[in-house]
Design a protein around this ligand. Structure first.
Ligand SMILES: C[C@H](O)[C@H](O)[C@H]1CNC2=NC(N)=NC(=O)C2=N1
Length: 96
């Protein structure tokens, strides 16, 4: 399914509004690292995020070690950032 990439203006506006998310060096994804008290907290957060991601049919790339979760959001179908990444970032931020 083709979904349009954000324009540079849309991307910059989204980044200004999102807390803690940064543009990846290549400009094709946004990234944020979350830290929790322990593994149980981190994995609980991942579980909640996974359920919402599945509902939205939009899935994070992520990496977890103990209490740290590094998340990369990009839209594979668009080859870069789309509005779906911004929506998922907002949802994920609601679980912190
Ligand atoms: C067929 C299915 O809807 C697509 O493959 C969805 C699934 N989850 C996805 N997740 C992400 N991050 N990007 C996508 O382009 C994407 N596409």
């Amino acid at each position: 399914m083709a979904i349009p990439r954000l324009t540079h203006e849309e991307r910059d506006a989204a980044l200004a509004e999102l807390t803690g998310w940064a543009l990846r060096d290549d400009g094709l994804a946004i990234v944020r690292t979350f830290k929790f008290a322990d593994f149980a907290e981190a994995f609980g957060f991942m579980t909640r995020a996974a359920i919402e991601a599945e509902k939205a049919d939009h899935h994070p790339e992520w990496f977890n070690v103990y209490n740290r979760v590094e998340i990369t959001l990009t839209t594979h179908d668009a080859g870069g950032l789309s509005v779906r990444d911004v929506s998922l970032a907002r949802l994920i931020d609601g679980f912190v």
